[in-house]
Design a protein around this ligand. Structure first.
Ligand SMILES: O=P(O)(O)O[C@H]1O[C@H](CO)[C@@H](O)[C@H]1O
Ligand SMILES: O=c1cc[nH]c(=O)[nH]1
Length: 262
C-alpha cells in the first residue's frame, strides 16, 4: 500500500487502488456484510482497510470491472463521511446493500426492497441540501436493480423508503430502553404505511441527496428482516436469505452498470 493520499476515515487513497481504480462501490452498513460481499462475490478481492471497523476491499466483477465493497456504518452521519471520501477517491456509482423493516403487510421478511426515493427524516442530510431537496435514487441504477431482481427471480418491491435517524424511537419501537415515545412519533408508522411508504432504514435518503448534489449515481437495495405490521422484532431466521438476495441483486446490477458498450 502506498498510503500517502490515504483518506482519514476510510483509511485508503487513490494510490491504493491501482491503475484501473473502481468507479463503483457496494456499500453495506455492517462491516461483516462488506467482508462477505468481497469474499463471495468479488474476484481477487484485496482488503484495503479496516479503519474504525469500516471494512473496505477492492476486487473485480465477473466482467472484469473493478469494484469496491465498503462499509458505511449505521446511520446517516457515518454514511455521509464514508460516501464523501469514496467520491474523493473517484467512485461515481454507489449501491447501498442494506437491511430494513417492512411497514407494508404484503412485503414479507426475506424479500427485498429497491428504493426509488426516500422520505428523508435525517439530520445529516440537512447539512447536504435544503430539507425540501429531493431524495431520489438514480433512475438508471434503480432500473438496473429491478432488472437484476427479475433476472434472479427474487421477490422484490420497488418504491419509497423512510430513512430515519434512529432504529428505536424514529421507527416507533416501544420495546426499548425508553418505552415512552414523543407525541409526534406515535402513529407515524401507520401514517407512512398509508402514504405507501414501503420500509424503514437509516441511510438511503442521505445517500440519495448526496448523489444528486455531489454528482454520483446512487441506488439502494435492502433485505427485509422485520415485518412491522406484525412485530417490532428482527426475524432472525429470514436475515441470511434477505441479505443473500440483496447482495445477489446488487452484484448483478453492478455487472450491468459496468458492462462495456457493444
Ligand atoms: O444493515 P444495515 O446496512 O446497517 O442497515 C440497517 O441496519 C441498521 C439498524 O439495524 C441501520 O444501519 C439500518 O439502516
Ligand atoms: O426494522 C429495521 C430493520 C433493519 N433496519 C432498520 O433500520 N429497521
Amino acid at each position: 500500500m502506498n498510503g500517502n493520499d490515504r483518506l482519514y476515515h476510510i483509511g485508503f487513497g487513490r494510490s491504493d487502488l491501482g491503475d484501473d481504480p473502481p468507479r463503483i462501490a457496494l456499500l453495506s452498513g455492517d462491516p461483516e456484510r462488506a467482508r462477505l460481499i468481497a469474499q463471495t462475490a468479488l474476484r481477487g478481492a484485496r482488503v484495503l482497510s479496516e479503519n474504525r471497523g469500516l471494512h473496505s476491499s477492492v476486487g473485480t466483477l465477473p466482467n472484469g470491472a473493478p469494484i469496491l465493497s465498503a462499509t458505511s456504518g449505521m446511520g446517516a452521519p457515518s454514511l455521509s463521511i464514508v460516501v464523501n471520501e469514496l467520491v474523493q477517491v473517484g467512485v461515481r456509482t454507489i449501491i447501498r446493500v442494506g437491511t430494513s423493516g417492512s411497514i407494508q403487510l404484503h412485503i414479507p421478511p426475506g424479500s427485498i426492497v429497491i428504493s426509488s426515493a426516500a422520505l428523508c427524516r435525517q439530520g445529516a442530510a440537512d447539512d447536504i441540501a435544503p430539507r425540501e431537496f429531493p431524495a431520489a435514487a438514480d433512475p438508471f441504477v434503480t432500473v438496473a436493480l429491478i432488472e437484476a431482481a427479475r433476472a434472479a427471480g427474487v421477490e422484490y418491491f420497488a418504491g419509497v423508503t423512510a430513512s430515519v435517524d434512529t432504529f428505536y424511537e424514529g421507527q416507533e419501537r416501544t420495546g426499548s430502553a425508553n418505552p415512552h415515545l414523543l407525541r409526534r412519533l406515535r402513529g407515524i408508522t401507520d401514517e407512512y404505511r398509508r402514504l405507501n411508504i414501503l420500509n424503514y432504514e437509516m441511510e438511503a435518503g442521505t445517500l440519495f441527496k448526496m448523489g444528486l448534489v455531489y454528482g454520483f449515481a446512487a441506488g439502494c437495495v435492502c433485505g427485509i428482516v422485520a415485518q412491522r405490521t406484525a412485530s417490532e422484532a428482527i426475524i432472525v431466521e429470514r436475515k441470511a436469505v434477505a441479505i443473500e438476495r440483496a447482495i445477489a441483486v446488487a452484484v448483478r446490477a453492478a455487472i450491468a452498470l459496468t458492462a462495456s458498450p457493444a
